[in-house]
Ligand binder design. Structure first.
Ligand code: UD1
Length: 427
């Protein structure tokens, strides 16, 4: 298994290209099930999770052709075509490797009138139930059965009628599933307290380009008038605001000055606000965002929240940055109950962090030290890389398959900005 070796202390400077957003791509790909015409997605990131999802789509009879196979290219163009759906079952073996597989439930049900998806099971960052996905589909007229670890959703003859659902908790995935099912309903669907993350706006924009009728895009109340059929489209995946925020933290902790090419300020304003409170300069520039830090980092208090609040997917990376700030910061994780797994690893590098339930107290330290650490989940892994870039000496990060799930060619991008990082095989 590969590992990353990072020798800290190099100031990052230059340009880092931001890839297409993983979480947007994972909800745009299943939209191919909603039409028998080709769907072409541009700027798809090259990631293990995206390859896995395409593989899952193949199970349903969806063909895909890939352009942009040159190794030096970032991103690629993929055309998916579901002329005929040959299977409506997402098997355990594929779903267990990738939780986002649950996102085929809504569009498959809408297209084929039924869908059977293995329950995703537990996850490292909390329980992550799917009850809201199921309740929203039920409210739209689906019948749901649970048996032998699978969920089966069935639409009445003639298709789902549509309905109204008020989400008791804001859920990104459940909103996505509900929207993808609603676009082909025979009637109108109202989704209240829906998630409004930029990735959901991206989903609604693609569906609109395919002929869907959605009102309230970008707000938490969506009204979707079902249409009898959708057509194909060509669509560019939005840029990855979490990847951009991660490299912003990396630049800041090294006192660097980096242009994040392709980053969009309006999609990451909570992260940018946090960075500015920490004393980091974030400026919009032609082609992206310039992030620089030339003074001391300052402690700040942060709390994660659904969009437009601070993304839970940025918590670990900002925590790594705060490990080197002057003073004491208090972080609150309100979305997932077990999302501090990076803390013991950061402590191995000399960080001073105390966790009490969903609260973490971070006392800034003068020096972080290189150490042998282990990645536990995607964003946790990135926090270790960020800390390592500023640590004295060498850090070895193991289990980096987590990073390959969500950061396109991470070490190459960091090398572009002058980091001393290399991937080596484990011996
Ligand atoms: C998505 C993102 C993930 C991000 C998260 C929160 C993808 C592929 N993943 O995950 O990176 O961290 O949003 O921004 O886009 N919940 C329920 N019942 C449900 C569904 C969710 O109780 O049926 C709860 C969850 O346990 C959690 C909260 O709702 O506490 C938010 O989860 P949700 O927004 O659904 O996260 P995901 O869509 O899984």
């Amino acid at each position: 298994m590969d590992k990353l070796l990072i020798r800290g202390g190099k100031r990052l400077s230059g340009t880092i290209p931001v890839s297409g957003a993983k979480n947007a791509a994972l909800t745009l790909i299943p939209c191919a099930l909603l039409t028998d015409e080709p769907l072409t997605l541009r700027n798809l990131p090259r990631l293990a999770d995206i390859d896995g999802f395409q593989h899952l789509m193949t199970q349903f009879g969806v063909s895909h052709t890939i352009q942009g196979k040159r190794p030096e290219d970032f991103g690629r163009v993929v055309t998916l075509e579901a002329t005929r759906v040959t299977s409506t079952v997402a098997p355990y073996d594929l779903v267990r490797k990738m939780r986002a597989s649950i996102l085929v439930l809504g569009p498959m049900l809408a297209r084929a009138g039924e869908a059977t998806v293995s329950l995703p099971g537990g996850c490292a960052i909390g329980n992550r139930p799917i009850d809201l996905h199921l309740k929203a589909l039920e409210a739209m007229g689906a019948e749901i059965e649970l048996a032998q670890g699978y969920v089966k959703a069935i639409a009445p003859d003639g298709g789902l009628p549509g309905g109204e659902f008020d989400f008791p908790v804001v859920s990104v995935g459940a909103t996505e599933n509900a929207v993808m099912a609603a676009v082909l309903c025979t009637g109108t669907t109202k989704l209240l307290n829906a998630a409004r993350e930029p990735e959901i706006v991206d989903l609604c924009n693609l569906l609109t380009a395919m002929g869907a009728e959605i009102e309230g895009v970008g707000t938490s109340d969506l009204t979707i008038h079902g249409v009898p059929r959708l057509h194909g489209a060509t669509y560019r995946v939005m840029s990855d605001r979490i990847e951009a925020g991660s490299y912003a933290c990396a630049a800041a902790i090294t006192g660097g000055d980096v242009l994040l090419a392709g980053a969009k300020a309006d999609e990451m304003s909570a992260t940018n606000h946090a960075l500015r409170n920490i004393g980091v300069s974030v400026e919009e520039e032609k082609g992206g965002l310039r992030v620089s830090a030339d003074g001391p980092l300052k402690a700040t208090n942060l709390s994660t929240a659904p969009y437009p609040g601070l993304a839970t997917d940025m918590q670990a990376q900002l925590m790594a940055l705060l490990c080197k700030a002057d003073g004491t910061s208090v972080l609150k994780e309100t979305i997932f109950e077990n999302r501090y797994m990076h803390v013991p690893e950061l402590k191995r590098m000399g960080a001073d962090i105390e966790v009490d339930g969903r609260t973490a107290i971070v006392r800034g330290v003068e020096t972080l030290n290189g150490a042998e650490v282990m990645a536990t989940d995607l964003r946790a892994s990135m926090s270790l890389i960020i800390a390592a870039l500023a640590a004295e000496g060498e850090t070895t990060v193991r289990r980096i398959y987590h990073l390959d799930r969500g950061y396109e060619r991470l070490e190459e991008k960091l090398q572009l900005a002058g980091a001393d990082i290399e991937r080596v095989g484990d011996d």
